[in-house]
Design a protein around this ligand. Structure first.
Ligand code: FES
Length: 107
């Protein structure tokens, strides 16, 4: 079963059915994650830093390519509302810019 590990949330582990966006998988496990535009691919507040498992994600779509070209999404970052985990494991962290004030992050 595909799995997401959020390193700076004390190695929080979320299991997913696969072919699910990172954001949807997190939300199904009651994990709060910033997503200002409502998962429409129009902001970058939902971005995740990908530490391991980039190859287990779908290819970046038009929204992500646009933000990459604008310099708002680095090579090791994906929009959690657009990036889908197929199989395998993914290690991510929340960027400082997207940390929520009511959550204690481990770093
Ligand atoms: S929530 Fe806005 S791009 Fe993902």
């Amino acid at each position: 079963m595909p799995k997401i590990i959020v390193k700076n949330m004390s190695n929080l582990q979320v299991k997913t059915e696969g072919n699910t966006t990172i954001l949807t998988a997190l939300q199904h496990s009651q994990v709060d994650w910033m997503h200002a535009c409502g998962a429409k691919g129009r902001c970058t507040t939902c971005k995740a830093i990908i530490l391991k498992g980039m190859n287990n994600l779908n290819a970046p779509n038009l929204h992500e390519k646009r933000f990459s070209q604008l310099g708002r999404l680095r090579k090791n970052e994906r929009l959690s509302c657009q990036a889908e985990l197929g199989e395998g494991e993914l290690e991510i962290e929340v960027p400082n810019s997207s940390k929520l004030p009511h959550i204690s992050y481990s770093y």
